[in-house]
Design a binder for this molecule. Sequence first.
Ligand code: 5GP
Length: 191
Amino acid sequence: MEALKKAILNEGMGLGNDIVKVDMFLNHRIDTSLLFKMGEAWAEEFKADKPDLVLTVEASGIAMAVAAAHFLGDIPVVFAKKSATVVQNETTWTAPVYSFTHKTQNTIRVEKKYLPAGSRVLIIDDFLADGQAARGMMLLCAQAGAEVVGVGIAVEKGFQPGGQMLRDSGVKLKSLAVIERIENGHIQLKD
Ligand code: 5GP
């Protein structure tokens, strides 16, 4: 998606060879015009899949999930909560997620009542790196008996295995921008 690619190149910052900072327009300060264009792009891609809800993880994914959900006909957004430890009870589904940026093991959880069996779920997240967050959300859906109709990502880091893992699993994946490599802070995007 051209507007996102432009923002990454103009305002994004590569840190070392594997981290991208986009917090000036995506996940600290938010460019709302860009945000809603992203929402429209995901909605265009996934509207035929008729999702009933959008699932994301707190906190960075929430704004993007809301933008997509709005253009998909104001469907609900459910965001999984993060806990440092396993907080399991009979009302929640949980899944382990290793955080690429924080190098910590977290648990994500969602109330069972917000992820009904049989619901059609679109997963949205800001980044796709090793695919841990997406895999964790897919695990929540599998436990709930909900169907993942697709995964929408803002920035896929193509040099990490998450994208390939999702494509190999047969899930429909739409990344709005794909980074081919980061070299000493310089970001190179895939066409
Ligand atoms: P994964 O679970 O695919 O390894 O990583 C995805 C999660 O890690 C995203 O939800 C995002 O919050 C975080 N993440 C991964 N790589 C980056 C990065 O380069 N920059 C930022 N800002 N977050 C990242």
